[in-house]
Design a protein around this ligand. Structure first.
Ligand SMILES: NCc1[nH]cc(CCC(=O)O)c1CC(=O)O
Length: 321
């Protein structure tokens, strides 16, 4: 139901996943919007996505992009909600027809965290001993950590953050690698044993930022979203997404990035690795930040020239698509 007044509707319906992290992020977006637009009414509608329901299969094996976003997008297209709040890294680089990325909010620390259980306190990713069991569900983390620390053991881990931490504390793993941002947002920054250096684990595209999706050309919503956009995060993450869009082939792939802005210069560093961690390529492109899209494309071409396509083709052939 949309309430329409002479100045247009003041009711805005916000779609979100139901997970703790999604709810914390969505409450933040709602509160920010409410501060900027006190005469509007913001309503939250929480939904379960495929990714929340299928918990016993490795993410890389489900192989479907949009696992955490599809139900929210249907809500947008059916006009049940007016905007959808996502962790930007879960939002596919190709959006469905008639939907768009309305804004990107300011980024938390985009790094990966090493999280240890009680008996391993004091270790870092560099000092964990041979055979230590490290839990991760991300091919990107797996490939980079195998490359740098081939003597560690890696084991898949699924479930929401609390479930994963319980498994760690029960001793199923010696350590987990998780996003710093997620732990911080959930008030669990004290569980970050180490921020893994950015040159060891290049982070996921969009990691640490929120992406808000809306219907294409919905000017009422786009005007509201402008108030909470962070333009530096937007340019950085749009460059990152352009890089990923150029290289990915329809499944989770070991691609990582770092990005930063100095003056008007945006620098994007990208990494493509093989699953076994034996091959790992990196390259960097800098240009005026307004060229974010070309920065991503140019970087994709540079890593292709280094041999990234062969690595990716092998991965696409291995993963059942
Ligand atoms: N794929 C799950 C997911 N999506 C967003 C975050 C963390 C928050 C963020 O990166 O913005 C996480 C958990 C993790 O990777 O540890």
């Amino acid at each position: 139901m949309t309430v329409t007044t002479s100045s247009g509707s003041k009711l805005v319906r916000i779609g979100t996943r139901k997970s703790n992290l999604a709810m914390v992020q969505t409450h933040w977006v709602r509160d920010e919007l409410q501060k900027h637009f006190p005469d509007h009414q913001f309503e939250i509608q929480a939904m379960s996505t495929q990714g929340d329901k299928i918990l016993d299969v490795a993410l890389s094996k489900i192989g479907d992009k949009g696992l955490f976003t599809k139900e929210l997008e249907l809500g947008l297209l059916n006009e049940d909600v007016d905007l959808a709040v996502h962790s930007l890294k879960d939002l596919p680089t190709q959006l469905p027809e008639n939907l768009m990325l309305g804004c990107v909010t300011s980024r938390e620390n985009p790094a990966d965290a090493l999280v240890l259980n009680e008996k391993n306190q004091g270790y870092t990713i560099e000092t964990l001993p041979e055979g230590a069991i490290v839990g991760t569900s991300s091919l990107r983390r797996l490939a980079q950590l195998r490359y740098h620390f081939p003597y560690l053991e890696f084991k898949d881990v699924r479930g929401n953050l609390n479930t994963r931490l319980k498994k760690l504390d029960a001793g199923d793993y010696d350590a987990l690698v998780l996003a710093v941002a997620g732990l911080e947002r959930l008030g669990m920054a004290d569980r970050v044993s180490q921020c893994i250096p950015g040159d060891i684990s290049l982070h996921a595209v969009g990691q640490g930022a929120l992406g808000i999706e809306c219907r294409e050309g919905d000017q009422r919503i786009l005007d509201l979203l402008k108030a909470i956009e962070d333009d530096k995060t937007r340019d950085r993450t749009l460059a990152e997404r352009s890089f990923l869009r150029e290289l990915e082939g329809g499944c989770q792939v070991p691609i990582g990035v770092n990005s930063w802005i100095e003056g008007d210069q945006l620098t994007l560093k990208g990494m493509v690795a093989s699953l076994d961690g034996k091959q790992l390529l990196k390259d960097t492109v800098s240009s005026d930040r307004a060229n974010y899209d070309n920065i991503g494309k140019e970087l994709a071409q540079k890593v292709r020239d280094q041999g990234a396509q062969a690595i990716l083709d092998e991965i696409f052939a291995q993963i059942d698509r």
